[in-house]
Ligand binder design. Sequence first.
Ligand code: DOR
Length: 431
Amino acid sequence: MKRLIKNATLVDARGNHGKADVLIGEGRILSLSGGDADEAIEADGLMLAPGFFDPHAHLREPGQEVKEDLESGLKAAAKGGYTGVVAMPNTTPPIDTPEAVQALYKRARAIPGARLYVSAALTQGQEGARLTEAGLLKAAGAVLLTDDGHTNEDGGLLALGLRYAASYGLPVAVHAENAGLRRNGVMNEGPVSERLGLPGNPAVAETARIARDLEILRYVQQALEPTGHTPRLHVQHLSTARGLELIRAAKADGLPVTTEVTPHHLTLTDAVLEGMDPIYKVAPPLRTQADVEALIQGLEDGTIDGIGTDHAPHTLAEKEQDLLRAPFGIPNLEVAFPLLFTELVLKRGLKLEVLIARFTDGPRRALGLEPIHLEEGAPADLVLFAPNAERPVDPAHFVSKAKFSPWSGWKLAGWPVATLVEGQVVWRAEA
Ligand code: DOR
């Protein structure tokens, strides 16, 4: 079966390529200049881009299906324009064996939605005491090792983990917070937390941990040099201007480090917590406007490789507890692109192809995956979005089980209208 996407404006990480008729078949882009098809999708006024890739989402399976499951998560991702999403392993139990990795891939095969990529725990049970089997996890299809949701307090174990992961070509992702400095903080430490009398989580919890991890990376890189293996460190959900500076310097120094930023750390500050609404409670916490400005700059100049959503669904009952008790996390797979398209491209003049690059090539490369561009022969993992139609965020219509959002009511443009994986339509907006 062949499909023709007609009159779409093509944009990928390399730029805006103007209008074209894109012929798709056998899961690939067959032509950018039309051709005979069994079905046509009229896309006049719409933009066509490579499908988005999320290196960081919590899909909660196994064990936390009351918050989200593979089906709701992969469909929510497709609705958000994602064709690939990396599921985090802080499930119940944590994903730390090859069997658990394989079971998720098997389940996902029956679900029409974004493609699933599984990350596995770096340490057994994510307990930070004993490493998992990097080689077996890689053979089972794990794309990344991480104890995300937990901090890697034992630097020696992280060094060893980076070494083993490197020998199997796997990156290690870190939730870079120092547990001692973070303590029981529920929001950014600063004037707002002081005024509210709430325990603060200071920026230094993140920056001290990033500084340590970069030094560990340097050490492992040197140790592995004779073997030809390269350790790869991915710093998750960067939230501070100082953390960005450290990563910028490390990159300039040739360290194999990559990083990501979330939609919330690019659009919200700790000022939103004045009303003590736990909907804004997230780890790491929302910071200051100066941090937001620095992160936007880092996204623009490429120090930040890509957007990682850290989509973290919880039940409404959990999130409606008071700020001290509610769990950390913000669901955002369905709003990430329109939010950043509106706030960064339309309002602040960020180049569209830069935003697209951070939703596609950047995070793919960070995980060692090939970039996808709009060219003949490329996989037909695509998103069509509407750059001009504005609509408010309405979490009641989320496909995700977590039907709440800090951006509820925000008027956004850039909503995806169709998502294709391997040439198949996995999500389409109702006309
Ligand atoms: O806010 C967060 N929620 N940050 C994390 O690192 C974990 C996540 C979760 O699993 O809910």
